[in-house]
Design a protein around this ligand. Structure first.
Ligand code: TXA
Ligand code: MG
Length: 317
């Protein structure tokens, strides 16, 4: 069986009401969605993704007002960030309400909540009477999908339908933030809502929680977002000299290289948003060529560039 791809919101809503799995478009990446309040649907999600049960899922709701339906407490800074950045590419870790099954949060007392801005996902959520639990719609450990075709290529046989909302405009997974006892902001995963954006709103520098690779620091498995091919990160020109003669693929930020067999440029004009939007699709295209390795380089380490570099480092880990 291979899931059909389409734009039928009624069909998608009906399937989800029946406990089925539907891939959904968001502004960040595609999600593999199921009824977030149904243990059966949640189990299906973990199985389809071959995802360990200790890795909790993000719960998606239609509006900031609906956050209260899954979270028991929204701190002042959480409210502030929600009012500015939601709907959008931000996920908040908040004390979970009893209505959310423990399976969704992997037993944690915190629930990850997101209000996606993608118009089609907004319409879908508005039609449903329950939140949607959705991890990124890729096999565990692989690069996240930014188009319906990416989802179909890898998880098509695990899904009931793929809702096609076009290419994701952000292209990187949401920024995940939590709050300590003093309501200070902790960034667990970098994304399009940057540390600078957060600081501007809270007037305090958020703390970046470093990847530990331990399952108790979810979202932070060091080797994640990785293509099949080995990825080497550094100075592309030097790496090319070192590995001359191999079937090399190059993923560069702005400039093309003469001697590479295959190459992708993330943004010829050096635009970080364009680079983020192209990153996963470019990695997939190169990976599909079965190169002996993919050589790549960091982008400027500022704003959105930090989230891109985070993904590049994980792809190379
Ligand atoms: O942009 C996104 O966030 C996409 C779209 C589909 O919304 N979703 C996404 O989900 O990236 P996923 O499952 O691939 O990544 C979510 C991360 C996981 O690494 C998970 O460990 C972490 O969020 N997470 C979820 N619930 C958590 C919780 N209760 N406590 C700590 N981390 C949590
Ligand atoms: Mg993921």
């Amino acid at each position: 069986m291979n899931a059909s791809i389409g734009k039928d919101l009624d069909f998608a809503a009906r399937l989800l009401e029946q406990g089925a799995l539907v891939a959904v478009p968001t502004e960040t990446v595609y999600g593999l969605a199921g009824n977030g309040l149904s243990e059966e649907a949640l189990l299906r999600i973990f199985k389809a993704k071959a995802r360990p049960h200790f890795n909790p899922l993000i719960v998606h709701v239609a509006s900031v007002a609906l956050i209260a339906s899954v979270a028991d407490f929204v701190s002042p800074n959480a409210k502030l960030l929600a009012s500015i950045f939601m709907p959008g590419p931000l996920t908040l870790l908040l004390p979970k309400s009893p209505s959310v099954p423990d399976l969704a949060t992997a037993g944690s007392s915190l629930v990850a909540v997101r209000v996606p801005s993608h118009p089609m996902m907004q319409q879908l959520l508005t039609r449903l009477s329950f939140p949607l639990a959705a991890p990124s719609a890729n096999p565990f450990g692989y690069i996240s999908p930014t188009s319906a075709a990416h989802v179909a290529a890898q998880l098509g046989d695990q899904l009931d339908y793929i809702l096609d909302g076009g290419e994701c405009v952000v292209g990187l997974e949401s920024t995940i933030v939590g709050f300590n006892a003093h309501d200070e902001v902790l960034i667990y995963r970098q994304g399009a809502v940057t540390a600078e954006d957060i600081e501007r709103v809270t007037e305090k520098k958020p703390t970046l929680v470093i990847a530990s690779g331990k399952p108790d620091a979810p979202g932070m498995l060091a080797s994640h977002y990785a293509p099949k091919a080995k990825v080497l990160l550094g100075n592309i020109a030097e790496l090319l000299k070192e590995h001359a003669g191999n079937n090399i693929a190059v993923l560069s930020f702005q400039k093309t290289q003469q001697t590479a067999n295959h190459q992708e440029v993330l943004s010829p004009t050096g635009d970080l948003q364009e680079a983020a939007r192209n990153l996963f699709a470019a990695l997939r295209r190169l990976d599909a060529l079965n190169p002996s390795m993919i050589l790549t380089e960091l982008v400027p380490d500022e704003g959105l560039g930090r989230a891109i570099n985070d993904r590049l480092r994980r792809a190379a880990a």
